[in-house]
Write a protein that binds this ligand. Structure first.
Ligand code: FES
Length: 166
């Protein structure tokens, strides 16, 4: 997500979000979704602030949020890489492709590279099964990706021919 906003002044914005919902545990998921939409991720600071408002500990909230793959806990990168792990992509090597991205970028799914260039997500079907296996970068779908094609694909976004290690 390129439109992530700084977490500064987050307290009042989190208050604005929480005020739209009943202050109970059933509201937790939609509140977390709104916070992520607003800031691009769930920061520790945001979860602390939220916990005080809905009477849950940060650890409890974190425990719930980590159950769902939709939530991220680090700031989004400049480029968002989504590797499909739906059935059609999985049977055509989706896992190996994800592993190759993890290796090349030096991060796990759900993380952002230290230079902030890429964040990596594992996603379910992105609706292009006929093109499987599929990777979407910044929303652009790349069809019939293989692990061998990963370096060239990444270099389109870095301009660096040997992104990264071999
Ligand atoms: S399973 Fe990957 S696009 Fe449908």
């Amino acid at each position: 997500m390129k439109n992530a906003k700084p977490i500064r002044k987050s307290s009042s914005r989190i208050t604005d979000i929480v005020e739209q919902y009943p202050k109970d545990r059933q509201s937790l998921i939609p509140i977390l979704q709104d916070i992520q939409d607003r800031f691009g991720y769930l920061s520790e600071q945001a979860l602390d602030r939220l916990g005080g408002m809905i009477n849950m500990s940060t650890n409890e909230i974190y425990g719930v949020a980590t159950f769902y793959t939709q939530f991220r806990f680090s700031p989004p990168g400049e480029h968002n890489v989504r590797v499909c792990q739906g059935t059609a992509c999985h049977v055509r090597g989706g896992q190996q492709i994800l592993r190759e991205f993890q290796h090349r970028l030096g991060i796990d799914a759900g993380q952002t590279t230290s230079d902030g260039k890429f964040d990596l997500e594992r996603v379910a079907c992105v609706g292009c099964c006929a093109l499987a296996p599929v990777v979407a970068v910044d929303g652009k779908v790349h069809a019939q990706v293989t692990a061998k094609k990963v370096p060239a694909l990444l270099s389109q976004y870095t301009g660096n021919k040997d992104t990264a290690k071999t």
